[in-house]
Write a protein of this length. Structure first.
Ligand code: SF4
Length: 341
């Protein structure tokens, strides 16, 4: 009997190649709708790119299948919309994946965004050109999305990305109208046909916020320092491929990181020392002096919180004294404790 295990092994290696390659040279249109400049920054930094959580072979297989499926849906949609739309330019499924027409390429030089529209067509009666984006998704997600804006307002960052992607194409091509075609991968629970056509219009106000996020990421790339994290959410940060690089967590919840190598070295040394040693005392007061006025910060593995406090002096001295109280928590040690609880 012939052993075919080599075929699945080969597929696995193709889908999950060792070595992570290089980060993209531009922001990807499919990612700019994510609500975090820090994420956009990490997509362009080789060290962060190398450390990101990989999709894995099974998830990559699923995504490739979705992409192949989208080309078939597009051909079906062209047929369905043909009486009202003309001048179609669309991606087709070729022997080596989707074959993009150069007219579908999107490149915004000023914002440094790249992408590829699934299709362009013209509405016969209004003469308007429409940008079309096809997505396949689980029936659970498909049932939740009933307007294009549901992508924008979703808690999952990758769904926010879909809205930003189509908005980027509209903005870049100077178009007003877009169309999402959504297919559920499984049968809809209410028995509906698993295909939806959702119109979308260029949303200037929304896209201005996207531009601001991109500009912040561009500035951070020039400065070599990531923007601050956003408030932590399970469906957003919890599923972010850069979570381990970023260090955001429910306990630090978007607290800005402080980059102070000397202070971090001292905090690590303080951690190694015994609390009753004289070096500990000296370092502890030096660190706390430097952290006076810092309300919240993450420095390496340490989560620092501080606040201004007052204390009443003895009745004979009858006065109030103000002081700064700093608390230093080792998040790595806390995480270890949590795991072994
Ligand atoms: S974990 Fe959250 S804050 Fe950090 S990069 Fe990802 S989305 Fe942004």
């Amino acid at each position: 009997m012939i052993d075919y295990s080599f075929a699945t092994e080969r597929l696995k290696n193709r889908l999950d190649p060792k070595g992570q390659g290089n980060p993209p040279a531009s922001f990807q249109a499919s990612q700019i709708g994510r609500p975090c400049s820090r994420y956009l920054y990490f997509t362009r930094v080789p060290e962060a790119w190398a450390l990101r959580k990989p999709f894995g072979a099974a998830a990559q297989y699923e995504m490739n299948r979705g992409s192949e499926r989208e080309s078939l849906i597009l051909e079906k949609a062209v047929d369905l919309l043909a009486p009202d739309f003309q001048d179609w330019i669309f991606q087709r499924l070729g022997p080596y994946g989707r074959m993009g027409d150069p007219r579908l390429q999107c490149y915004d030089q000023a914002l440094d965004i790249r992408g590829r529209i699934d299709a362009l067509c013209t509405h016969k009666s209004t003469g308007k050109t429409v940008a079309v984006e096809v997505k396949t998704m689980s029936v659970h997600t498909w049932e939740r999305i009933n307007r294009a804006e549901d992508f924008r307002d979703a808690a999952d960052h990758y769904l926010n990305g879909y809205y930003g992607q189509l908005q980027a194409y509209l903005y870049n091509f100077g178009l007003e109208d877009g169309l999402f075609i959504l297919e559920a991968k499984e049968r809809a629970s209410n028995g509906d046909l698993p295909l939806k056509f959702l119109p979308v219009v260029l949303d200037f106000e929304y896209f201005q916020a996207v531009i601001d996020r991109i500009k912040l990421a561009q500035f951070a790339l020039r400065a070599g320092k990531p923007p601050d994290p956003i408030a932590y959410t399970e469906k957003g940060c919890g599923r972010c491929p850069y979570l381990t690089v970023c260090g955001n967590s429910p306990s630090t919840n978007g607290t800005a990181a402080m980059y102070d190598a000397d202070l971090l070295e001292k905090l690590n040394r303080r951690e190694e020392l015994k609390a009753d040693s004289s070096e500990y005392e000296k370092l502890d007061s030096e660190i706390k002096e430097r952290l006076k006025g810092v309300g919240k910060a993450v420095i390496g593995n340490f989560y620092v919180t501080g606040e201004k406090r007052t204390r009443q002096m003895k009745a004979t001295e009858a006065r109030t004294q103000e002081f700064w109280q700093t608390k230093i928590e080792n998040m790595a040690a806390k995480e270890n404790e949590r795991q072994f609880d």
